[in-house]
Write a protein that binds this ligand. Structure first.
Ligand code: NAP
Length: 490
């Protein structure tokens, strides 16, 4: 059974009371974090009458991740007169006469995974508490492993456990924990009121990850890279799974060391986790390094020197590159053929590399433009195409101009690799940047009278191929577009 516990934590009494009411909409259980404010007994009573779900009371001292300095005596006095609710969360240093079957005995480590995790579990399991809670900090995705082990162990010993790896690298434990037997998973009402690192909102757990549908049979896919939390791929793939009626979930997996991750968590012959992992998207900085972790690579990906998709077939790992086809598909749909067309490709990084490879296959006549002409030369020579300095280039002679730099997004949001004046005369302008959907370059291109292609087209086109590789189903493209556009608009 999947339970989402919404933690209510507000400094202001009115906001706290309101949050209790709003938590009912998303929560199976509500946790009142009474260390977040100085709550009077009357306020606590009013809050309890507003909550229609089972309640956990928590009064956490700062050294265990609470919001206030609370000495031992203050905590004992609090608990001795605390109202009866379904559960009380007590840190493991507190012992007094009460009904321990409704106690969650908890231990937190905000710095990492302690070496004596098993002994900590033994110590908590030796108390008469009904539920054991252990929350540690994941600094790498493999730190999820001991946490999943705790869940398995508790299950085999018929103990109720809440085991969480905090931080972005621990996200998998929050999303998959309940399906593996964890008593509950915590969530926030809003991002700003999260009570621990990596805690998602209850709305995200339900609407994006469909957590209540995840079970042990659920097919798991994910995005391996660093960073990954900004990605819209979970929106695209999870909506496609839901719309196709496939029991699947797609997670962001924050991976620092790709080799260790593949050995300990991915490869069926060596992994330490029994999970129904079907495939991965691979993003920066691992697209090249992942190659040595695989058993087979499609020839195209091998030529490009980059893998962005992994499929687990029985006990083998297969690598593919869907970036190149995803990049070309939207152009082919618009133009028909690229044979002999003059293409100006701006940038000489990873996306440009896939682009040159794919454009050459279409017999396009490519010129690479980069701010650092030595990088343009290196890529140009690798694929036998011409190259030029980007500064003050004119694109009048080109049929297609493609931006494969981050100009137009993030810290460069107001910038463009080419102005309307530089683009005048070109026929098509394709911006690989997809966030924002309408970039400054695309606006300049409209001014210059060029037809435009948005980076969102590539994002969805490459995701479609990944989805097909993992599921053998053709996804509903409109669902993928809608999910990506909505996520990017937020
Ligand atoms: P990358 O490997 O880091 O390469 C970035 C390229 O842009 C490098 O050539 C870099 O030049 C150049 N660059 C960076 N800042 C610049 C600036 N201020 N002025 C001029 N050139 C600059 O990144 P990537 O993976 O190729 O990605 C490039 C862009 O494509 C990103 O915005 C990414 O989001 C987008 N993309 C989109 C999709 C999609 O599905 N739509 C897929 C992949 C990538 P230096 O080497 O001199 O720094």
């Amino acid at each position: 059974m999947t339970r989402i516990c919404v933690a209510v934590c507000e400094k202001n009494p009115d906001a706290f009371e309101n949050a209790c009411e709003r938590a009912n909409e998303w929560a199976d259980v509500v946790e009142l974090r009474l260390d977040c404010l100085d709550a009077t007994p009357e306020l606590i009573q009013r809050c309890l009458t507003r909550i229609s779900r089972p309640v956990i009371l928590t009064f956490r001292p700062a050294e265990q991740g609470g919001h206030r300095e609370l000495d031992h005596q203050t905590r004992l006095v609090f608990w001795k007169s605390a109202p009866q609710t379904e559960w009380w969360d007590l840190e493991s240093d507190l012992t007094f006469e009460t009904d321990w079957s409704r106690i969650i005995v908890s231990h937190h480590d905000f710095s990492g995974v302690p070496n004596d995790l098993a002994q900590i579990y033994d110590r908590l399991a030796a108390t008469p508490a009904g539920v054991i809670k252990i929350a540690v900090r994941a600094n790498d995705i493999v730190d999820c492993l001991p946490v999943f082990e705790l869940i398995e162990r508790a299950r085999s010993e018929s103990r109720e456990v809440i085991a969480i790896a905090m931080g972005n690298a621990g996200l998998a434990t929050r999303i998959l924990g309940p399906s593996r037997g964890a008593f509950l998973t915590y969530a926030a009402l809003q991002d700003e009121t999260a009570t621990a690192p990596g805690q998602l909102t209850a709305q995200t757990l339900r609407s994006l990850y469909h957590i209540e549908k995840i079970d042990r049979e659920t097919m798991i896919c994910g995005l391996a890279g660093l960073p990954v939390m900004h990605s819209v791929s979970p929106h695209i793939h999870n909506s496609a799974f839901a719309s196709a009626g496939i029991n699947g979930v797609y997670l962001p997996l924050e991976v620092r060391d790709v080799k260790t991750f593949f050995t300990r968590m991915v490869h069926p012959r060596t992994r330490e986790l029994d999970w129904n992992l079907r495939g991965l998207s691979v993003t920066a900085p691992h697209k090249s390094a992942v190659i040595e972790c695989l058993d087979w690579i499609e020839p195209n990906a091998e030529e490009m020197g980059a893998v962005n998709t992994v499929v687990i077939e029985n006990d083998k790992l297969h690598g593919f590159n869907t970036d190149a086809a995803g990049l070309i598909d939207p152009l082919l749909k618009l133009i028909g053929s690229l044979n002999g067309l003059r293409v100006a490709l701006i940038g000489a990084g990873g996306a440009a590399r896939a682009a040159v490879w794919a454009l050459r296959r279409q017999q396009a006549d490519v010129t690479i433009f980069a701010r650092d002409v030595s990088k343009a030369r290196a890529l140009g020579q690798l694929f036998d195409v011409s190259y030029e300095q980007l500064a003050s280039a004119s694109f009048a002679e080109y049929d297609v101009v493609i931006n494969a730099t981050p100009l137009g997004s993030g810290e460069f949001i107001d910038q463009t690799p080419a102005t309307a004046e530089q683009l005048a005369g070109a026929r098509y302008v394709y911006d690989l940047v997809y966030n924002p959907i309408e970039t400054r370059l695309l606006k300049e291109a409209c001014k210059a009278g060029c037809k435009t292609v948005r980076g969102l087209e590539m994002l969805v086109a490459q995701a479609k191929i990944q989805f097909e590789l993992w599921t053998s189903h053709t996804p509903d493209l409109s669902v993928m577009y809608e999910a990506a556009s909505t996520a990017l608009d937020q």
